[in-house]
Design a protein around this ligand. Structure first.
Ligand code: TYD
Ligand code: MG
Length: 453
């Protein structure tokens, strides 16, 4: 057998490489590859027992009907989970340090415990007394949650095996260490091994295990991407530090729709649910102003309206600025190119700044038309009608492509007081009573109709 050699591992995505490199081929991150001791080769290769004997699929449903999902009662969290927590599932909650993961999960633990689940919260970062203090500040002092402060995987597994909770929260995976692995806590091999043990425990014992993972920019600590493929559900807690809004987004979910979002607000008393995010994201909108366009989007299963803001100003730079926050900058470049090539509206010599209000991130191609409208409105210094929403995907030819769930988008817009919508001609459906619908075949006619150019 070949002698195990030290492996080079990417701390961002966990990919292994034969030699060191500045950039990881697998995920494209720079300066994330470090040298680590190899994983153990495992025991001999002989045949094992008949433990993994297959059973017929049809027999499963009747023999082991799955227990129902556990609801926390925090509606925003339950929805992102796909309708509650599936027993025996493994969930990763990632996010930047300080964004509010511990707060959210302590509140979730208390909510699960109050709804009759056995919940245990194990912190590797804070002592039990500190967690209790935080719980008291959040008004959760009396919740029947059990707390642990532990970092040794073996002790954690022993505790969980003895207590058999319904929900176990581990905060965070980067603080755990297994004595089977000779590496520091937070290294790729430790994170991978401890996550694997906990996921296996979840499946075997039917305990739902929630792992917290800090997103790390670079350095010696492995990021949560290393465990993404091991767990059933990956949630990311996003938000801008300067804003009080926090968005919990499902990036992967074996038990529910991906891209579902839950919106929270960080207050002095912890995170509170935002039941109507559209109203919140549009709340800062005042009088109609040039550069503002309202996009009727869909996040997961829910319509969400957001405001796209653009600023276009003469540039003094040889290659003008393109600053994009909350939108995909590749898409923005494409839209600028289509405007120039198909509509003869150049942005050369102009700095372009684009932003989604409220710290929301919009990834849908359906936002193209709203982005183009915001850019044109800023460039022409003309406001769009205040009661108007837009959606539609722009193709490279300048044609507008229809997008899914037009009716849901329109209903949400109407609910928030909008009475007009601009959308692609080919959009299916009749529209809504009391709502004026302007159908546009392509970007050129949109520019003509809206800006009279
Ligand atoms: P925390 O949950 O500790 O973040 P993480 O676990 O993701 O590192 O949240 C820390 C931040 O949240 C901190 O900057 C203060 C803020 N916060 C509040 O604003 N209100 C609160 O009630 C709590 C508990 C925290
Ligand atoms: Mg924390």
């Amino acid at each position: 057998m070949a002698k195990p050699v030290n492996a080079f591992t990417c701390t961002a995505c966990g990919a292994t490489h034969r030699k060191w490199a500045g950039k990881c081929d697998a995920c494209g991150a720079w300066n994330t590859i470090i040298e680590e001791a190899p994983l153990s080769q495992g025991p001999g290769r002989g045949l094992g027992t008949l433990k993994g004997k297959p059973v017929p699929l049809s027999g499963l449903a009747t023999q082991d009907a799955p227990p129902p999902r556990a609801q926390s009662g925090i509606a925003e969290l339950d929805r992102v989970l796909g309708g509650g927590l599936v027993p025996g599932s493994a969930i990763l909650v990632g996010g930047d340090p300080g964004i509010g993961k511990s707060t959210l999960l302590l509140q979730a633990a208390a909510a699960f415990a109050r709804s009759g689940q056995q919940a245990i919260y194990i912190s590797g970062e804070e002592a039990s007394a500190q967690v209790r203090m935080r719980a008291q500040r959040l008004g959760l002092g009396d919740a029947p949650v059990r707390l642990g402060a532990e970092t040794a995987l073996r002790d954690i597994l022993t505790t969980l095996d003895a207590e058999r909770p319904d929900v176990a929260i581990i905060d965070s995976i980067q603080t755990l260490w297994s004595d089977q692995i000779e590496a520091a806590p937070g290294s790729v091999s430790q994170v991978r091994a401890t996550a694997h043990e906990l996921v296996t425990f979840a499946k075997r014992r039917g305990t739902a295990v929630i792992l917290v993972g800090h997103v790390t920019k670079e350095g010696q600590i492995a990021g949560p991407r290393v465990v993404e493929h091991m767990v059933d559900t990956v949630l990311y807690f996003e938000g801008e530090r300067g804003h009080q809004f926090r968005i919990l987004r499902a990036h992967k979910n074996r038990f529910g729709p991906a891209d579902e979002i839950g919106v929270f607000e960080m207050t002095g008393g912890g995170l509170s649910e935002v039941a109507n995010p559209s109203a919140l994201f549009l709340s800062e909108r005042g009088e109609p102003s040039p550069g503002s366009a309202v996009f009727a989007g869909i996040e997961g299963t829910r319509p969400v309206l957001t405001e796209v803001q653009a600023l276009v100003a003469p540039s003094t730079l040889a290659s003008p600025r393109r600053t994009v926050v909350g939108l995909d900058s590749g898409r923005v470049s494409t839209i600028l190119a289509v405007l120039e090539a198909r509509c003869a509206i150049p942005f050369a010599g102009l700095d372009v700044f684009l932003n989604v209000a409220g710290g929301m991130r919009v990834a849908e191609p359906a936002a193209d038309l709203a982005i183009a409208a915001a850019l044109l409105s800023a460039r022409e210094d003309t406001s769009l009608p205040a009661d108007c929403v837009l959606f539609g995907e722009i193709s490279l030819s300048g044609a507008l492509r229809p997008v899914s769930q037009a009716e849901n988008r329109l209903k949400e817009a109407q609910k928030l007081g909008f009475s007009r919508a601009i959308l692609p001609s080919a959009t299916k459906g009749e529209g809504l009573a009391g709502m004026r619908i302007d159908r546009t075949p392509d970007l050129t006619s949109f520019v003509g109709d809206t800006f009279g150019a």
